[in-house]
Every structure is written in structure tokens, then in C-alpha cells.
Ligand binder design. Structure first.
Ligand code: NDP
Length: 478
């Protein structure tokens, strides 16, 4: 019997995806650079379904039903290129290579282009949900040709997470690098979500005076409302956890430095190139970098700050409600920014991405899964050409209702000396978009002054320059 799909790269992600396919009745060929991982998978889980273990690349390829479907789950970057170089010569026109690693979408575009010349479909695919998701149902974001989705899609729909309405959390995202681009922005939004939640915690602790256990309770209540999400839920669990060795709240014994693997950074780098203001995601990435500068932080610890006062019990409870409003409003902004980036990328690269469908496949399996995403799907369903999530009537209304409390929270943070880069960047974005006039006119005038960069006027067509060094008369430029 030939295999429906082959998986090469059997570390945590690859072996769990292979098991997921097998559990859904597919025959799965297995391959790994070092045979030990293949053997271990067969030994530990061989009874979960039909596996075809192989040793050499030739054996692996020969085990696959044609057109062949070959999933690569190896370390992103050069290892992926090495594996493609090993297998591509053994494949034929019409075969499909799927890269489920965390590739940069530009690499995916390049690989797709190169393999297309050989007639091979290359499907760069975002996979979110970590090892647990890979086994029990991830959110899957495949790019590549529509033709490849025709043969691969039904299989992915089987192994993907299912949203509450039963719909699979996967869809054809768009050509070449679209899937990895969307996965990248997903991770950027994940960074922003995590930062906002961390800021809410920090405020509840430093301003309202709540303990981690009390904050866990507050987060549990929030999780029953509109903030219902995987990240809020796990935050409550982390905050309620006590360190066995010391008896202290677990969050107080963990070194206060957040690391990163790079997809958040990519999101911001790409956003800078595309000219999309993803300030919330950028602040989240910078907050992690700042946390890691231990010496800089130690050297700055004695800098003066405001006199701290904590709130009484009643005021604290009121403040907690306000923080919920601020968190929700800021969350709307970070999704607005992330979707703006996807929309811009889609236009730039001609991907024609369905934004509502993206929100829909993030409802299950992935790290940012949340009830909230239903609202984004609904917003794009009622108006597919929505210029921004903030222009959706319902989001505009909700953010309008939250904005007074949001301001109160940011002001309280400033007064107490608690850094809230996520909340305040989100609020600044909101106020900037609202503003009738920004000081951008002044910035442009400065540019004209020192660099003769010219300016346009609201009242007349054309480009102008003022002779700042001379009689300050205006000339028509170009
Ligand atoms: P790793 O990223 O740790 O990669 C290990 C696997 O890559 C092993 O099978 C290893 O083979 C293989 N490998 C490394 N270099 C080469 C090479 N030069 N040639 C052939 N094989 C090579 O494994 P993960 O399972 O954590 O992740 C796999 C991919 O999925 C990565 O791209 C990752 O970014 C992505 N991903 C990971 C998630 C996670 O939560 N971990 C979530 C979503 C995506 P060997 O056994 O021989 O060393």
C-alpha cells in the first residue's frame, strides 16, 4: 500500500503531525535524517495508524502515492533548503512539497519559484498550535497554487482544529508565500496579545495592589466574557500556580526576561518595509528586547519615579473593570494593525487574501484562538472591502464605549510609573486615526525647510517649495 502523505523531519512537530494524519486514517510514510527518530515514532506510536517507515530518500519517495505529497518539518532556514535539494531531484511534475516549518515568506516565494520550474507545487504552510496542536488539531495556513490545495486541502481539513461551529481551521490562503506571511502576522499579533495581557497583570498588581492569585481570579472572570481566549485562560493558570520549591507565586520566581525566536521581529521588519504602522506589535517586540537588557536595567534601577499609592478595595475593583476595557480596546487595535498588514501584503504580492477567512481559521488550534475572532469574520462578511477593522460599526461602537476607561488606565499607568507601551501605543494609534489634523503638516514643512523636500497643499493641486533661505516666497516645484 502506498502512502497518502510522507513526513520528513520527525522532531516534535513532524511526528505529531504524522500521528495526526495517521489517526485520521491516512497512510503516512516516515523519514528523518537520523533514523533513530523514525524508529522511536514506530516503537512508541506505531499502533495508532498505518505508518511506512523508510530510511533513504529514495525509499521515502518510492513509498508515496502519486501525485506525491511530501511534508517537510525540519528546522527553518538552510536545513529546509538542504532537504528540498535532496528530494526535489527524485520528484516528478505534479508532485507537492509542503513546508510546514516557520519559514520566512520571502524564502517561500523563492522556493516556490524555483520548484515551479520543475513542475513541482511548493506549498509553504503556516502551522500554529505548538506540539499539542500538531497532534490534536492545529490551525493550518497553506499557501501555494490553488491546484495543490485541491489535492492537499481535504487532508488538511481533516487534521486541522475545528472551530466551535465545526468548520476546519484551514483554508487556501493564497499563492506562493501567502501562507507563511499570514502565519508571520499571526505570530506578531500573538506577541501583541501577550504584551497587552502582561500589562494588564502589571497594572492590577502595581496600581490596584492585587496578588497573583487574585489576578488569576480576575482573568478567569474575563475569560467568561468577550476576552474569552486561550491566552487569557493560560495566563490565569500561570498566575494561580505556586512554585513548589519556595511556596512563592510562580510568576515571582521566573527570571524577568522574555525571549523570542524571531517571527515577531520579522512581522515588524516586513511592516516597516511595507509602510504599515503595526506600533502595538512593534512595542511588544521591543518590550521583550528591553526585558533582556539585564545590565541596563540594573544600572537604571535607582532612577526616580513617582510616589506610589495603591488603591483601596472599592477603587481597585473599579480599576480592574477599567483595565478590562483598556485591554479589549487595545486588542481591537492590534488586530486592526495586523489585518492592515495582511491586507497590504496581499495587495503588494497579488495574493487576494480573504481577510474574513483568516480570522475564521484562527478561531481554533492556534495560540491566538479567541471568541473575539468570530466578530472579525462577521465584520468582513458584512463588508468585504472594510478599510480597517476600526471602521466596522460594532468594533467602533465597542471601542467608543471603552475609550474613557482606556484613557483613565493609561493615565493611571503614567502616574504610577508603570510602563504600558502596548496600551499607550494602541491608544495613540486610535487617536491618530481619529485626528482631523496631525502634526504631520509641520513635519513635512520642516523637511521642506532643511532639505527642499517640497510639500502639497490642501487648497491647490501641485507640489510646492518655500524659499526658506531667501525671501520665503512659494515656488511651484515639479
Ligand atoms: P526543530 O526545529 O528542532 O527541527 C528538528 C528537525 O529538523 C529534526 O527532525 C532534524 O533532523 C531536522 N533537521 C535539522 N537540520 C537538518 C538538515 N540539515 N537536514 C535534514 N534534517 C534536518 O523541530 P520542531 O519539530 O520543533 O519544528 C519543526 C519546524 O516546525 C520548524 O521549522 C519550526 O520552526 C516549526 N514550528 C514549530 C513549532 C513548535 O511549537 N515547535 C510550531 C510551529 C512551527 P535530525 O533528527 O536528524 O537532527
Amino acid at each position: 500500500e502506498k502512502a497518502d502523505i510522507g513526513v520528513t523531519g520527525l522532531a516534535v512537530m513532524g511526528s505529531n503531525l504524522a500521528r495526526n494524519f495517521a489517526r485520521h486514517g491516512f497512510t503516512v510514510a516516515l523519514h528523518n535524517r537520523t533514523k533513530a527518530k523514525t524508529d522511536a515514532l514506530i516503537k512508541d506510536h506505531g499502533d495508532e495508524g498505518d505508518f511506512v517507515p523508510t530510511t533513504t530518500a529514495e525509499e521515502f519517495v518510492a513509498a508515496l502515492e502519486r501525485p506525491r505529497r511530501l511534508l517537510i518539518m525540519v528546522k527553518a532556514g538552510e536545513p529546509t533548503d538542504a532537504v528540498i535539494a535532496e528530494f526535489a531531484p527524485l520528484l516528478e511534475s505534479g508532485d507537492v512539497i509542503i513546508d510546514g516549518g516557520n519559514a520566512h515568506f520571502e524564502d517561500t516565494r523563492r522556493r516556490e519559484r524555483e520548484l515551479r520550474e520543475q513542475g513541482i507545487h511548493f506549498v509553504g504552510t503556516g502551522v500554529s498550535g505548538g506540539e499539542e496542536g500538531a497532534l490534536n488539531g492545529p490551525s493550518i495556513m497553506p499557501g501555494g497554487s490553488a491546484e495543490s490545495y485541491g489535492s492537499l486541502g481535504p487532508m488538511l481539513e481533516q487534521i486541522a482544529a475545528k472551530a466551535k461551529d465545526g468548520k476546519p481551521c484551514t483554508t487556501h490562503i493564497g499563492p506562493d508565500g501567502a501562507g507563511h506571511f499570514v502565519k508571520m502576522v499571526h505570530n506578531g499579533i500573538e506577541y501583541a496579545d501577550m504584551q497587552l495581557i502582561a500589562e494588564a497583570y502589571h497594572l492590577l498588581r502595581a496600581v490596584a495592589g492585587y496578588s497573583p492569585a487574585q489576578i488569576a481570579e480576575i482573568f478567569r472572570t474575563w475569560n467568561d466574557g468577550r476576552l474569552d481566549s486561550y491566552l487569557i485562560q493560560i495566563t490565569a493558570e500561570v498566575l494561580a500556580h505556586t512554585d513548589a520549591a519556595t511556596g512563592k507565586p510562580f510568576v515571582d520566581v521566573v527570571a524577568d526576561q522574555a525571549e523570542q525566536k524571531g517571527t515577531g521581529r520579522w512581522t515588524v521588519q516586513v511592516a516597516l518595509d511595507l509602510g504599515v504602522p503595526v506600533s502595538g506589535i512593534a512595542e511588544a517586540v521591543f518590550a521583550r528586547s528591553l526585558s533582556g537588557h539585564a545590565e541596563l536595567r540594573a544600572a537604571s534601577r535607582d532612577l526616580p519615579g513617582p510616589r506610589g499609592t495603591t488603591l483601596d478595595e472599592k477603587a481597585a475593583a473599579r480599576f480592574a473593570d477599567q483595565v478590562e476595557q483598556a485591554l479589549y480596546a487595545s486588542k481591537i487595535v492590534s488586530y486592526t494593525q495586523g489585518f492592515h498588514q495582511i491586507q497590504t501584503g496581499s495587495e503588494e504580492y497579488g495574493w487576494d487574501i480573504d481577510l474574513g477567512a483568516i480570522a475564521s481559521i484562527w478561531r481554533g488550534g492556534c495560540i491566538i484562538r479567541a471568541a473575539f475572532l468570530d466578530r472579525i469574520t462577521a465584520a468582513y462578511a458584512s463588508r468585504p472591502d472594510l478599510p480597517s477593522l476600526l471602521s466596522d460599526e460594532r468594533f467602533a461602537q465597542e471601542i467608543g464605549a471603552a475609550q474613557e476607561d482606556w484613557r483613565t488606565v493609561v493615565a493611571a499607568a503614567v502616574q504610577h510609573g508603570v510602563p504600558v507601551p502596548g496600551f499607550s501605543a494602541a491608544l495613540a494609534y486610535y487617536d491618530a486615526l481619529r485626528a482631523e489634523r496631525l502634526p504631520a503638516a509641520l513635519t513635512q514643512a520642516q523637511r521642506d525647510f532643511f532639505g527642499a523636500h517640497t510639500y502639497r497643499r490642501d487648497d491647490r493641486e501641485g507640489t510646492f517649495h518655500t524659499l526658506w533661505g531667501g525671501d520665503r516666497s512659494e515656488t511651484k516645484a515639479g
